[in-house]
Design a binder for this molecule. Structure first.
Ligand SMILES: [Zn+2]
Length: 375
């Protein structure tokens, strides 16, 4: 065969391969939709109620044809008080689902606020009344070092603020005691950072946190195994304005969040309640949401909705079986041409240097960058 013929043969082979892959992916997504609809009557009612069906079961496909279903969220029942602690959302503590949860319902313009690294006297206590006035319930991922500080009044003020956070209807998650890069620590130090932080939170609140967010989004297989054993679960973020870089620039933080909200049609916002400029950005973001919603109402477009974090987690619980079902189906369909890619355990998040877990998750290419320099 001549070189040109060989090239043509290779090209037609590649085209046929691509066509088969596309068909398989299409079939997998369609099956996922059907399974989700047939197995979940409440989801069906909710889906028909609001935006059309297909945007809800969006999937992304990587080069190997591996499908990353984004799943379906059932709108939470706002009238019912959430149970505490809520039943597990991702009982295997898979980071992928931590990201899925943070993405929310595709295109739904739903906004969740999460605040990391506090409670910090002077900033967190200024944030709480803002959230309260706006009727917002957020999630606070807490670093416990202030709760056991030998400095006063730091220690007692931090403890009081943590009690206020829960009293005002927010939820509290574990963000380790000292905000270190977990994959770089020896296993017993990892356990200490997670469990001692949970001890400190329990000492103040009488409840152990069940949500976990690793500092910098960095974790290892050892960290994951520990979280699984403890029944913890991961909840990450999808909008990171890198507020720690925008020192004294509340307007910049607000604009970064606003731009990302527009680009992603909502999502889980990561801010640090330890920075005055991040706290000052919150009313700016809320004012923009009000103005934007007024304009959207005039042109009959769906508004942004600020979700209540505790209720969202309850609603998201019903989404996970659908993500799992669609994922299993997609993996089976993709296995024949991408056996290696679909066999990889999709748990790898943003890894710290020196980590030995090499099973990089293709889905995390789309995940937001870790706040590696955040404090
Ligand atoms: Zn942090």
């Amino acid at each position: 065969m001549g070189r040109r013929q060989q090239r043509a043969a290779r090209r037609s082979q590649a085209l046929a391969f691509r066509a088969v892959a596309l068909l398989a992916v299409g079939a997998a997504v369609a099956t996922g939709v059907l399974m989700a609809l047939s197995s979940h009557p409440r989801a069906r009612a909710a889906l028909n109620l609001r935006i059309p069906l297909l945007p809800r079961l969006l999937a992304t496909v990587d080069d190997a044809g591996h499908v990353e279903p984004l799943g379906v969220v059932v709108p939470p029942d706002a009238a019912r008080a959430p149970s505490w602690p809520p039943p597990l959302l991702n009982p295997e503590a898979r980071l992928r689902w931590g990201w899925d949860l943070s993405l929310g319902r595709p295109g739904a313009r739903e906004v969740l606020f999460t605040f990391d690294d506090g409670p910090n006297p002077g900033t967190t206590d200024r944030l709480l009344p803002m959230l309260s006035r706006a009727g917002i319930h957020a999630a606070f991922f807490v670093c416990g070092w202030r709760l056991e500080s030998s400095e006063e009044p730091l220690r007692s003020r931090a403890r009081q603020i943590l009690r206020d956070i829960v009293a005002q209807g927010h939820i509290v998650g574990n963000h380790t005691v000292h905000h270190l890069v977990l994959p770089q620590l020896p296993p017993d130090r990892v356990r200490y950072e997670i469990e001692h932080n949970a001890d400190l939170i329990e000492e103040v609140l009488g409840e152990r946190p069940h949500l976990f967010r690793p500092p910098y989004g960095a974790y290892s297989e050892d960290v994951r195994r520990h979280l699984v054993a403890r029944g913890n679960e991961l909840w990450m973020w999808s909008i990171d304005p890198h507020d720690y870089l925008l020192v004294n620039n509340a307007e910049g933080v607000a604009q970064a969040v606003i731009t990302a909200l527009g680009n992603h049609a909502g999502g889980t916002v990561l801010l640090h309640d330890t920075h005055p400029w991040s706290v000052a950005a919150v009313p700016k973001i809320l004012r923009w949401l009000d103005t934007e919603n007024a304009e959207r109402a005039l042109s009959h477009r769906a508004p942004y909705v600020i979700l209540d974090a505790p209720h969202y987690l309850e609603g998201a619980r019903s989404r996970l079986p659908q993500i799992i079902a669609a994922e299993a189906d997609a993996s089976a369909a993709a296995a024949h041409h991408a056996r290696d890619a679909s066999a990889a355990e999709p748990t790898t998040g943003v890894m710290g240097e020196g980590d030995t877990d090499a099973s990089a998750d293709p889905g995390d290419a789309a995940a937001p960058a870790a706040d590696r320099d955040a404090r």
